[in-house]
Design a protein around this ligand. Sequence first.
Ligand code: B12
Ligand code: SF4
Ligand code: SF4
Length: 405
Amino acid sequence: MPAPPQKANAGSGTPSSQEVADQIAQWAAELGFDSFGVTTPDRFRAMPYDPANALDRYIAQGRHGDMNWMEAHHERRRDPSALWPDAQSILMLAASYAPDEDPLEILDKPDHAALSVYARGKDYHDILKGRLKQLAQRIAGTTGSDVKVFVDTAPLMEKPLAAAAGIGWQGKHTNLVSTSHGSWLFLGAILTTAQLPASLQHADRCGSCTRCLDICPTQAFPRPYELDARRCIAYLTIEYKGHIPRELREPIGNRVFGCDDCLAVCPWNKFAAIAREARFAARTETAIPPLTDLLTLDDAAFRLRFAGTPIKRTGRDRFMRNVLIATGNTRDPSYLPIVSVHLQSQSPLVRAMAVWALDKIASSEDVATHAALHYSHETDVDVRAEWQHALSKSDVPNARDEEQG
Ligand code: B12
Ligand code: SF4
Ligand code: SF4
């Protein structure tokens, strides 16, 4: 492998490592990245809050919930050298997806679905990966070094790496914040065997602010700078495959896919320019859809509607589970006909949340009428439990007896 650039070699035409870093910064800007910084595995390990240790605690406490892939790749995630021992420098890139409107406004429209800002446009993984690959090719061509590109899905801790690379700091909501782009940044990484000068790190600028912690609808922060994913709406609506715990359904409100509350209240957002990348902007069909539109989606219509967005990856049934929770939270009986259709869904996940929504929007007489049609045929234990809970307020004797017995 050719030697990576080190220092200026007067008259030879070989660029110094600082000149190479400056050139990469320029390319990154040309490719649409809003921020760029360099760090090393040693600097990452020396971060004052010890990210590897924080990850160990997070996994040991089960805060990753059923994201088993975090446990499976734990050793590699905790240290970039474990992922790739030859990596000498880590280049962190950030792209702004700052919205052009207040993402919290939709929360006042319970008959519409709140889809988190990051999921409204084209899938950022695709956009970022394309750009990172182009940048990596140019770096490899210039330095002769080996390069690897990562965005989100690789076992790398992108937030502390970005903090180590001086892009910003990890805020109390745990995401990376920057003084110029606020909390709206996507992150990506390029690892290389080239030795490049490390960037200066940012100081933590959260100060005494606690806005992100205070607004969280599900109290997902056990303490500042720490998140229990099991309580986070982003986890529950996107990653979690099971029945969402009963006590967290009402706080979810109309957040059907992800949540932006802790990001949106960050005071540093006032310095964030609207995202340059038009493909991150909301597509008409994903902007703020009425719940009625979503409640009628079958699998094919779901795929068509959300093709190319992160939403498609959750699959129709999990998405419909979330839509039914939002529908229950409207407390609006006019949804009764469409909710009752879902009582017959093939998916227990959907049937269970249809029963919950029914309970929230219908009278106990209506619940009993629908139970008479469906409860005795129900074989799924979780769906039966939802029926029993709903019926505990009405007069259907067999369900009440079963719950008591
Ligand atoms: C797993 C995951 C999730 C999980 C868990 C999130 C979490 N905080 O762990 C869930 C599904 C909940 C999630 C949600 C979201 N995610 Co996410 N997620 C990831 C992923 C894949 C791994 C994160 C991870 O390593 N978690 C493990 C724990 C240990 O890390 P941590 O919470 O950051 O813990 C740190 C702090 O506790 C800190 N710490 C501990 N003590 C102290 C003390 C002090 C003083 C300080 C300063 C810090 C500190 O050290 C730990 C290590 O850094 C990354 C991509 C990647 N490969 O890194 C994207 C990523 C973090 N997610 C991202 C986004 C955009 C989101 C959402 C905004 C999406 C949405 N709108 O719904 C939400 C935000 C929720 C939130 N408040 O965090 C972006 C964040 C970009 C940014 N600006 O930081 C990332 C980087 C993806 C990307 N490539 O852009 N996500
Ligand atoms: S994304 Fe929402 S639920 Fe998750 S921590 Fe932030 S405010 Fe809480
Ligand atoms: S809202 Fe306040 S505490 Fe939270 S990340 Fe932003 S500045 Fe820090």
